[in-house]
Write a protein that binds this ligand. Structure first.
Ligand SMILES: [Fe+2]
Length: 244
């Protein structure tokens, strides 16, 4: 079953087209859509990990462990960016306590999954696909529910309550957090290979063209053994389902 099939284990967030006319320039209009797109990157990866875990050929175990470890890393960076930059800003007008509690609720399960995949990567534990699937089951629903629940807090109605200059400054600070992330050849290609560029080429609104080109076309070249499990190539074309 391909992870991009009609009924994935973890449901994607709906993104309505056409995007707002001022999507490229107005953070009130675009910030919730920006977040929906990156959350869908995580949900697509979660589906791909869940579907492929029991299928992994011994020759691909290290690649799969690298893919899974990258997924855990990007989720941690994303949540740190939210807790350090986005949530404290939003808290001035909107209660974010539930979102913080949701982060905490899935942390132990995510960490157990990350630890096992790192042990597989460093050879200290043997790969067991059913164990991987079981570890995902522990946090997958809680994570997906949180990724959905956060989006309404970023609605244009909520964001319009803020001073626009302060909102823009917060977005700029968060963009800097993303640019400074380590793992240019792990985290960035995970994003590139889990976004439908053909359907939503406008995303992300603030990214200069040359940077987007680098992420889509160059970064996936370094660790192809990871991205064979991804639903898309870096240009948004669906990849065939992984077959051992
Ligand atoms: Fe988020």
């Amino acid at each position: 079953m391909p992870s991009t099939g009609a009924s994935p284990r973890y449901r994607l967030i709906e993104i309505h087209r056409p995007l707002p006319a001022d999507y490229a320039t107005n953070h009130v209009a675009n910030f919730g859509i920006e977040m929906s797109c990156i959350h869908n990157v995580f949900i697509r990866a979660l589906n791909s990990l869940w579907v492929n875990a029991p299928l992994v050929n011994p020759a691909d175990e290290l690649g799969f462990a690298g893919y899974a470890s990258t997924f855990c890393e990007i989720l941690h960076f994303h949540h740190h960016g939210e807790e350090d930059i986005i949530f404290p800003f939003l808290e001035k007008q909107v209660s974010m306590q539930e979102n913080v509690a949701q982060h905490a609720a899935m942390l132990a399960g995510l960490d157990a999954f990350a630890e096992y995949m790192q042990n597989v990567a460093n050879g200290s534990e043997k790969y067991d696909g059913l164990r991987v699937k079981g570890l995902i089951e522990i946090f997958g629903d809680v994570l997906t529910d949180h990724l959905h629940a956060e989006i309404p807090t970023l609605s244009p109605e909520n964001l319009a309550k803020f001073d626009y200059k302060e909102l823009s400054d917060m977005v700029a600070q968060h963009n800097k957090h993303i640019q400074d992330m380590p793992g240019k050849f792990t985290i960035f290609p995970l994003v590139a290979t889990h976004h439908p560029w053909n359907e939503i080429p406008e995303w992300p609104a603030d990214m200069p063209g040359p940077v987007k080109f680098f992420i889509k076309y160059i970064t996936p070249l370094r660790y192809p053994s990871y991205w064979k499990f991804a639903p898309f190539n870096g240009r948004g074309q669906p990849q065939p389902a992984y077959s051992p």
